[in-house]
Design a protein around this ligand. Sequence first.
Ligand code: ADP
Ligand code: MG
Length: 328
Amino acid sequence: MACSVIPTAPHRVGFLPHQMMMRVPAAPPPTPAPEELRLSDLDSVGDLGAGGFARVSKARHRRTGAVFALKMSYDADPDVEEEAEVLRRAAGSPHVVDCHAMLRGPAGEPAFALEFMDAGSLGRVLCRRRGSRGGVPEPALAEAAAHCVVGLAQLHSRGVAHLDVKPDNFLASSRGEIKISDFNTSRILYGSAGERLQVPITAGTRAYFSPERFAPRARAGPHGAMAADVWGLGVTVLELFLGRFAVVPDADKASAAELELAICHGEPLRVPEEAEASPELRGFVAACLQREPTRRATVPQLLGHPFLTRRDVEASRRALRDLIVQTL
Ligand code: ADP
Ligand code: MG
């Protein structure tokens, strides 16, 4: 993950248990109704990121002052149907980035007006901490992991696997919240009659792939696709703890073959023995990073893992918020 591409920048699931709702209340900005929002009413006030298919900019609504992250495709005719459907399904999930409106650019380019997360990605937060301070201390890490697991639970409960789980796709706010984002490669797991679909799992970021995703034309049913997300979460939590990419020394320089070798046949990925880490953290990471997908923890199991359930919620929440605010 390259630090330089992530600039700094000055937003119900019926059966989910009460403790899964961790949104911090804040005064809502005066937001225009989705049907009133026009691209021509938005002023771009900064770049937030640019990927292969879309550019993300910070945009301010002229009349109300409401701020959005505007993710606009370069192409007038990209395949964003599934991404749009995922955003519709996930609407209202407190740990999934909200989509306020789906718009069209001047040449018909699809654009999503997303809730603006003012601290950028967890990848950016980590880059800012690197050097003198290293990784994320355990209390803040437990809180961050809890938000990430809840985000995944909310997505999975809507029948969606993310399939690109990594620090750059979790966004943070100065209120101390973390939300999952970027549904380019996400897949809907059930058909219209509720049948289990076999979805391709070979798109995404190889450095965060679970071993089974390296098989040519790999596909998975709902459980397998969700297990792939759990692996990505394990690598993410380990990276946040270590303050560096966990699989190989430099993810940007590693070839596809090196990554595959390390992930499928290298030493099992774990918190290093010499590191100062609690047994709970070690257990959480090991449960996520089981090579055999059926032995990997499920998201509901992770929700009940002692690394999350035994944390001091108030102290962890404060620690995470302080850490995020220090990186602004
Ligand atoms: P890509 O497909 O290019 O990876 P993303 O949706 O992940 O697209 O966005 C790229 C980057 O833009 C993110 O890593 C983040 O830094 C920034 N970004 C995206 N959405 C938002 C948002 N809602 N609020 C703030 N920053 C965002
Ligand atoms: Mg992304």
